[in-house]
Structure formats: C-alpha cells, structure tokens
Write a protein that binds this ligand. Structure first.
Ligand SMILES: [Zn+2]
Length: 240
C-alpha cells in the first residue's frame, strides 16, 4: 500500500550533509545526493571524524587517511565535490558546545537551505545505534539553531565574519520515515558504487551484505510504501 507521501524537493538547492564517519552517507543518503547533484543542486558533505578507529586490527594513523580516500571516491561516485572532514576523535564524539560550534561554522559558511543528518535515536533500523551517530545527529540539530542565532557563538561573526544563517529544513535518514524521496535507477547505481568505494573498510567488517542487494532492497521497500520503484525514506522537519 502506498501511504508514504513523496517529498517535493524542487526547493532543495544547497544541501549540507553532516555525519559522523566515512560511509555514513552511503546507506541510502548518497542516492538522494546523486539525485540532487543531477538536478543541479550544490551538495556538500561534512564528516565529523575520519573514521580512524573503524578497523579493529589496523592502526588509526593508517586507517584515517585510508578511509578519507575511500570517502573522496564515494563522493566522486555521486558527483559530490565539496567534502570536509573534521579532526574530531572517531568513537569518542562528545556532545557539547565545541561540536555544535564546528557544525554551526560550516552551516554559516555553506549557507544551505537543507541539512541532512543521521538518526540520533538509541535504536536504529539495524539495532542499537552507535554513540557517535547519536551525538552527531543531535549536535547537527542544535547547530542549525546556533547558526541562526546572532548571540550564540558570537566569535564566528566577530572573528571569522560568518553571519547568521537560517536553514529551511532538516532531513533525517535511517529513521521511521514520514516522507519519501523518489530515486531513479541511475541514482541507485551511483549509490551502490559509492558504498562499494569503502572497499577496505567493508572487507574489514567481514560479513557486510552486498552493496547492490542492500541499497536496492532498502530503496525498493521505501519505494513500495510510496508507490514508486525506488525511494529513500526520510523524516522531514521545517526549521524556519
Ligand atoms: Zn557511522
């Protein structure tokens, strides 16, 4: 039964996607990025960490640069040209003013109409959510308000000349959806390719499902709920 409304994303022109790790965008989010890039929107990724603590038997000093490269490849697969990776510690993201200010800084620089982030709930579709994801999602929500408030992080204005900026909407992926973003076959293929780019990371995980099956499965399911072939299920929040 098609009961999930399609989100009219014609007003989405400048998008900032904020996630914790390399690969966080690649479980569906990158398919929407591919769609928006194809339509001429500007899409930027902000990763809060380089994911250096993500491979158990490899040293973080090797893994950070490796995963950053895999993310650059993943961005290229969906046509995303603007990637920023902050140096916050993987596995140890802390909620608080520092992380909010760092995200608010990027929001004021990029001036997005739309911010995308990941599920911040304790539970995720795949089980208990990860600590960095919870922190990243909530800090992003807070940073949207911070970026719009001239009296919060005044040094961003005074020292860096970054004026307040109001984001119009927040999109959260990986949650019980209330809208669907319709995706084309080409968007799906690009998203599969982007997930495959995290080659060494995925092989270190061992039992990761095949990217093609995984992305196709996810997006067909959401598509079915929305009455189209493929879609990404999202939660949509109006921010101003
Ligand atoms: Zn992650």
């Amino acid at each position: 039964m098609a009961d999930l409304p399609i989100f009219d994303d014609s007003q989405v022109q400048n998008v900032l996607c904020v996630v914790a790790h390399p690969d966080d965008m690649e479980y569906g989010g990158s398919a929407a990025a591919a769609r928006w890039v194809e339509r001429g929107a500007s899409v930027s990724y902000l990763l809060l960490t380089a994911g250096e603590a993500g491979i158990r038997d490899q040293d973080p000093s090797d893994v950070g640069p490796l995963r950053a490269q895999e993310q650059r490849d993943a961005c290229a697969a969906v046509g995303v040209e603007n990637l920023t990776i902050l140096d916050l510690p993987d596995g140890m993201l802390e909620s608080g003013l520092d992380i909010r200010k760092r995200i608010a800084r990027e929001i004021r620089k990029i001036k997005p109409d739309t911010v995308v982030t990941i599920n911040w709930d304790v539970m995720a579709a795949w089980g208990l959510n990860q600590a960095d994801h919870r922190v990243a999602g909530l800090a992003t929500l807070d940073a949207i308000r911070d970026a719009d408030n001239p009296w919060v992080f005044r040094e961003l204005m005074d020292e860096e000349n970054l004026e307040p900026w109001g984001v119009t909407r927040l999109i959260v992926s990986g949650v019980e959806p209330d809208y669907a973003i319709e995706l084309s076959e080409a968007n799906i293929n690009a998203a599969v390719e982007s997930l495959r780019c995290h080659k060494q990371y995925l092989s270190a995980l061992g039992s990761h499902p095949d990217p093609q099956e995984m992305i196709t499965g996810m997006t067909s399911e959401a598509g079915q709920s929305a009455g189209v072939d493929h879609a990404l299920g999202i939660k949509l929040y109006k921010m101003r």
